[in-house]
Design a protein around this ligand. Structure first.
Ligand code: LM2
Ligand code: CA
Length: 494
């Protein structure tokens, strides 16, 4: 979120590639409104399709894409097709003037006839009022944002040209913002007219990977199924249910059949997350019901579950630091943008020789050992099934991924520093101490959460698996992490 392209290029080479990340999603790349105080969400108010933001210009973007592709790290761009700015006027990040009141965007250009108005949006103030009504949801304004009319060939062509430009530069796909607010037929038209990929970086006839933001928690609203033929769906019920469990509102043992049996879409259509640019500050969810970087122990555990479970394609947020001010369950600083110098330039991520970084500015969740080691876990276990499920009937669970990986969690309620849910079970056994089936071949393995395999020894805990796949598993109540994990590549060679 909000990184500069030069920094992302560096990070692809020095970390994301070497540590096995498959791709990186970047914040919206096109010109957007410059708003007072420079909130992060100004990037969701497009002014034109010129590639220029505080993250960098087109030249820097191109260089980043090339460097990341060379490392096998694909670039996914967050695209905002639904709307332009809200009802204000000013300048965009590439210097183009705009006037939201008059719906004038000369940098494209878009003029009033390119927007939905009273002829297509039935509400008096042109705002979405009934979010379950498909006509309002698609043709009216989302928080006052001027709503483009995608049925017009002219609008489609402008957006297709922008997306094709990104494809020709070498991006691998798109996160489609606010998909719920666009007609599936219009999106289908736009996406079917995109170019095949740049053969400099991809096999012939490759097509973009697209994932849609469809905020759906069940009920009568617009159903994600309408978009399944258009790419993956960001499954919001995934973060909601997992957050609910890890916050202690539901027991871990119920996760045994987590997925379609909980009403989620099929995992092969799903794109998943625990935290996001919105969720971290309580947008698209209620604050007090998210897990962000200010609760690292909880964030690592919930993220590890996401990465260990065989469902969907996962994404991790890597964010900047801001000063949280919680009042009445809301973060008053929810708007705060990325760290900048006195001139408003985004501060670079700086990596020190000991691999630490300027964490007063950048959180770098992707550089947390517990997270990048679980990314590795996921690629090692591949499609192997969940096997050897164990639970204690409460908040301790363990499972293997076939015969390639094993993970255990100890989230007995009094173990976590979480919102008090008034449940002080006194027979809560705080420790996890069990002989469990790991599914793994016999040998000595390193726990990749408390440490690493380094040379031929473990810097953290070891897990000794016997001829039958059994191992003594211990997770105390006061450890820095509430889980442990291992896999075939973390096995000592005797
Ligand atoms: C998304 N989901 O559909 C993004 O994930 C979300 O981050 C975007 O909202 C939203 N689409 C529109 O692209 C963010 C932010 C909003 C913000 C908008 C536009 O969550 O709070 O709205 O970007 O910048 C802001 C103000 C809002 C105001 C609006 C229009 O917060 O109060 O509404 O601008 O001026 C009057
Ligand atoms: Ca719309």
């Amino acid at each position: 979120m909000e990184w500069k392209y030069d920094d992302i290029g560096d990070e692809c080479e020095r970390f994301l590639g070497p540590y096995g990340y498959g791709g990186v999603q970047v914040s919206p790349v096109n010109e957007h409104a410059i708003m007072d105080g420079r909130p992060w969400y100004e990037r969701y108010q497009p002014v034109s399709y010129v590639i220029q933001t505080r993250s960098g210009n087109e030249r820097q973007f191109r260089r980043m894409v090339e460097r990341c592709n060379r490392m096998g790290v694909r670039v996914y761009v967050d695209i905002v097709l639904n709307h332009m700015t809200g009802g204000q006027q000013g300048f965009g990040t590439a210097g183009n003037r705009f006037n939201g009141h008059e719906q004038q965007y000369p940098g494209v250009p878009f003029t009033p006839e390119h927007f939905n108005g009273p002829e297509s949006c039935p509400t008096d103030n042109l705002e979405i009022i009934d979010w379950d009504d498909p006509v309002q949801s698609r043709n009216c304004r989302l928080f006052g944002l001027r709503d483009l009319k995608h049925s017009l060939e002219y609008v489609r062509q402008k957006q297709i040209a922008f997306l094709n430009k990104l494809i020709d530069i070498g991006v691998a796909g798109f996160r489609c913002d606010a998909s719920t607010h666009m007609w599936p037929e219009d999106l289908k038209n736009i996406f079917s007219r995109l170019n095949n990929f740049n053969v400099q970086f991809f096999p012939p006839n490759s097509r973009p990977f697209i994932y849609h933001e469809i905020i759906y928690y069940g009920g009568s609203g617009i159903n994600p199924n309408e978009y399944i033929s258009l790419g993956r769906i960001i499954e919001f019920r995934f973060w909601k249910e997992i957050t609910n469990v890890f916050r202690g509102n539901n027991q871990l043992r119920w996760l045994r059949n987590f997925g379609t049996e909980w009403g989620l879409i099929d995992g092969t259509n799903a794109f998943i997350m625990i935290d996001s640019h919105d969720l971290r500050v309580g947008h698209n969810g209620q604050l007090g019901f998210n897990i962000n970087c200010f609760e690292p122990r909880l964030l690592k555990a919930a993220t590890a579950f996401m990465l260990a479970w065989n469902y969907g394609i996962p994404r991790i947020l890597s964010s900047y630091r801001w000063k949280q001010i919680i009042k009445d369950g809301k973060d008053l600083n929810e708007w705060v943008g990325p760290p900048t110098d006195l001139f408003g330039n985004i501060i670079s991520v700086k990596i020190n020789p000991d691999k630490s970084w300027n964490d007063e500015y950048w959180i770098c969740e992707h550089r947390w050992r517990q997270i990048y080691n679980m990314v590795r876990f996921r690629s090692i276990v591949g499609d192997e099934p969940i096997l050897n499920w164990w639970d204690n009937g409460d908040n301790q669970i363990a499972f293997s991924r076939g015969h390639s990986g094993f993970i255990a969690f100890n989230l007995q309620k009094s173990n976590m520093n979480i919102i008090d849910n008034n449940n002080t079970d006194n027979n809560d056994s705080l420790e996890l101490r069990q002989r469990l089936q790991t599914g793994l071949p016999a040998g000595t393995y390193c726990d990749i959460i408390s440490g690493d395999l380094n040379g031929n020894h473990c810097t953290g805990k070891t897990i000794i698996v016997d001829e039958n796949g059994l191992a003594d598993i211990y997770i105390g109540h006061d450890e820095s992490d509430i889980f442990l994990a291992t896999h075939l590549d973390a096995k000592l060679s005797k």
